[in-house]
Design a protein around this ligand. Structure first.
Ligand code: AMP
Ligand code: MG
Length: 319
């Protein structure tokens, strides 16, 4: 069972676990978050594993100030104005990633944008002491409501994680509001702790609501899709195809492949999750028209890996 420590005593232990690639449940002002080092794929894979999430949707990255945020993403003037007005606080901004920055692609689900927030209190102190950003979705098993007390976190995830930091009931109790500035317009991706009207007042612009009044989290992030076609559950490779391999045994004809990358030669699903988006991008960059993908088992993290492969293989929606 997870150790439960009050915030006053937890900083050193939380930072040590995060630095070792572990996950830690900690309070933010919105809801409890399940945090991991956002620069490490193995650590971020543990978030999905502990939550039992069947999909790799992009996670919010938590920073300890505008300076760290500016190192990770490019701010347009309006996004910067919103950050200055509402940070630290329950506003998340979706921004273009800086190329070659340290955020692991599993955090952004391979997208070229990143969702950033500067939280109030303990979570920001952890980021400062770790010296790196943390990814943190809500600290509840997939499909359950967000936890707003340490007891609720421990009840849902206690058997799967090493530490729950108890900061009492979270003051906001709702997720953050997520907005994105694109082409001078302001879009509301998820309503949350900062009321839309306050954002409109600071921005001097109306907030556009793309999916109607209620937007389910995760519905709006467009999905990473390679330019190459994907052929799933491939048992053989055709000449000229690139191969995304998994495990110790190779598909027939692998020696003819234009390029081969293995998600995990040992067949470890956590390692495979951590490599998924970067391997797909590199195989896509080989110029092969088709990427053959060896079968990945549907157990544990395999469900989310297969979900993402199926989406990448699906015909593109009209843009
Ligand atoms: P959470 O589970 O609280 O971490 O919230 C994550 C949500 O933030 C996702 O479900 C998306 O709706 C949104 N999000 C995160 N990153 C992005 C992104 N790069 N682009 C668009 N939406 C994002
Ligand atoms: Mg959640």
């Amino acid at each position: 069972m997870a150790e439960i420590l009050p915030v006053e005593e937890a900083l050193e232990r939380a930072v040590a676990l995060l630095a070792a690639g572990e996950v830690v449940a900690l309070p933010t002002e919105t809801v409890y978050g399940l945090a991991a080092d956002a620069t490490r794929g193995d650590a971020v894979a543990r978030i999905f594993e502990a939550k039992g999430r069947p999909r790799f949707n992009p996670l919010i990255v938590h920073v300890d100030g505008l300076a760290m945020a500016e190192r990770l993403a490019r701010f347009d003037p309006l996004s910067r104005r919103l950050a200055e007005a509402f940070w630290a606080g329950p506003l998340t901004l979706v921004l273009p990633l800086r190329p070659d920055g340290p955020i692991h692609p599993l955090v952004t689900a391979g997208l070229d944008t990143v969702a950033l927030r500067w939280p109030v209190g303990f979570a920001a102190r952890v980021v400062g002491a770790l010296g790196r950003p943390i990814a943190a979705p809500s600290a509840n098993p997939s499909g359950r409501v967000s936890a707003t007390t340490a007891a609720a976190v421990a009840e849902g995830l206690g058997a799967r994680i090493p530490l729950v930091v108890d900061g009492g009931p979270t003051p906001v109790g709702l997720e953050s509001t997520i907005v994105q500035v694109a082409e001078g317009r302001l879009r509301l991706l998820r309503p949350g702790g900062v009321p839309a009207g306050e954002i409109e007042r600071v921005a001097g612009l109306p907030l556009e609501r793309p999916g109607g009044p209620v937007v389910a989290p995760g519905m709006l992030a467009s999905h990473y899709a390679p330019a190459a076609g994907l052929r799933l559950a491939a048992r053989a490779v055709a000449p000229g195809e690139a191969l995304l391999a998994f495990g110790p045994t190779r598909a027939a004809g692998a020696d003819r492949a234009a390029m081969v990358l293995n998600l995990s030669p040992a067949g470890d699903l956590r390692e495979a999750a951590a490599n998924l988006f970067s391997h797909l991008a590199r195989l896509d960059g080989s110029g092969a028209a088709v990427i053959a993908v060896e079968p990945v088992p549907e157990t544990g993290l395999g469900e989310a890996i297969n979900d993402r492969l199926a989406r990448a293989a699906a015909p593109r929606p009209p843009s």
